[in-house]
Design a protein around this ligand. Sequence first.
Ligand code: DQA
Length: 149
Amino acid sequence: MASILVLNGPNLNMLGRREPAIYGSETLDDIITRLVAVMDELNGTLEHMQSNHEGDLIDAIHAAWGVHDGIVMNPGAFTHYSYAIRDALATVQLPTIEVHISNVHTREEFRHHSVISPVTVGQIVGLGSDGYEWALRALVRRIEKARNH
Ligand code: DQA
């Protein structure tokens, strides 16, 4: 049974109202409700946390150590410049999948680079809010495979 921390960074609490042409019309609550159902299906458990504050996200990553088996994270704009979040992920060494709702590579230049991805298992980009579900499924499969070896 896998235990996953889903983390969302700044401005993602505004999903549904924030630039819907880019981020869609679903709210963060809609997305998390769906993810909880997916985790039930996978016989796992999920904790979700959203914050607009870098330090709170770092504290949540530290608190996941020894508690959760992996992290699905959309770091929002921190993706592009937060060495502190990258270091926190490197500190806890939990397998992490980075999610971006929009296709960051077709947008402004500053969104093309992630300082987070070098410490992740991989990224899911541009698949809308479905990306969270694919990240969750991929991460649980990876954790279960590692356990069986
Ligand atoms: C985002 C992309 C980031 O560039 C942006 O700052 C966000 C959301 C996405 O999910 O597409 O806040 O991470």
